[in-house]
Design a protein around this ligand. Structure first.
Ligand code: ATR
Length: 266
């Protein structure tokens, strides 16, 4: 049976095996998807070994996405832009192909599952780390009116804004309201928020947090208290997996029902 796996460290709590098992069942595909604990020294050898043993595809997660990027012979345009790879497969002539499905997974979740358009919208993105770099190209492909990147370390916002031809700002200098705000900072992991002014949102603003949790995230709570609706990143997790599945199997699974199931089990 065709073998797939996700490599990361830590990896034990990865939801990817159950997500891909669900997709496989839903689409009638015969495959096995497991976890592989990435080794800090041996990562590249682990990847080569997997494909030498006829493995069909890997997902790559923290902290190996940049190392996977560096290993690839061929990269998709969106992986090049992201500087990171979350999906690997082997080409017919033995070339390692790398893609990044995080951004397109998020954008599809926003559009298809939440019914929000990004086209002609003013979009504020919080954060300028790897997570944000990975989603900028698919956001820009939707032709928003403007994209502003705000970050605690302003130089990083400027560097991304220069690369992707968008705007950069400190949190203090931001002037809202925005149509859409996307939180890509890792601040929520520790339950904190960047210093966000109330005037960034109004009741028409729609907020998306790349993080997700059982309870409403601190960012979505902040938005909710100011009358703004939104969604967390559980659908992004499922969405990036669906895009990887599509790349490997040429079948696009349906994601909304799985997100609902996972939400209920949290
Ligand atoms: P990731 O790969 O998850 O994006 P990262 O590259 O380390 O991780 O980036 C983390 C992002 O969250 C950065 O934009 C970081 O801001 P700095 O560039 O100024 O470090 C942001 N971040 C993390 N903790 C934060 C906090 N408490 N307040 C504001 N921004 C925070």
């Amino acid at each position: 049976m065709d073998q797939y796996a996700v490599v990361g460290n830590p990896i034990a709590h990865s939801k990817s095996p159950s997500i891909h098992a669900y997709f496989a069942q839903q689409t009638g595909q015969d495959l096995v998807y497991s976890t592989l604990l990435g080794d800090e020294v041996e990562f590249e050898n682990q990847v080569r070994d997997f494909f030498e043993k006829d493995g069909k595809g890997l997902n790559i997660t923290v902290p190996f996405k940049e190392r996977a990027f560096a290993m690839c012979d061929i990269l998709s345009q969106r992986a090049k832009q992201a500087g990171a790879v979350n999906t690997l497969m082997m080409g017919k002539n033995g070339d390692l192909f790398g893609d990044n499905t995080d951004g397109v997974g998020m954008v599809r979740d926003i559009i298809k599952n939440h019914g929000q358009s990004l086209t002609a919208k003013s979009i504020l993105i919080l954060g300028a780390g790897g997570a944000v770099r990975g989603v900028l190209e698919p956001i820009l492909a939707e032709n928003p009116e403007s994209v502003t990147i705000a970050n605690r370390t302003l130089e990083k916002a400027h560097a991304l804004a220069d690369q992707f031809d968008c705007l950069a700002s400190s949190f203090e200098d931001l002037e809202g309201p925005f149509d859409i705000i996307i939180n890509g900072t890792s601040a929520s992991l520790s339950g904190s928020l960047p210093p966000l002014k109330d005037a960034l949102v109004n009741a028409e603003t729609w907020c998306y947090d790349m993080m997700y949790g059982k309870d409403r995230t601190v960012f979505l709570q902040w938005a909710h208290e100011r009358g703004a609706d939104g969604a967390d990143g559980l659908g992004m997790l499922v969405g990036q997996a669906a895009e990887a599945f599509y790349l490997w199997r040429q079948v696009r699974p349906e994601t909304a029902s799985l997100v609902d199931d996972m939400r209920q089990q949290m």
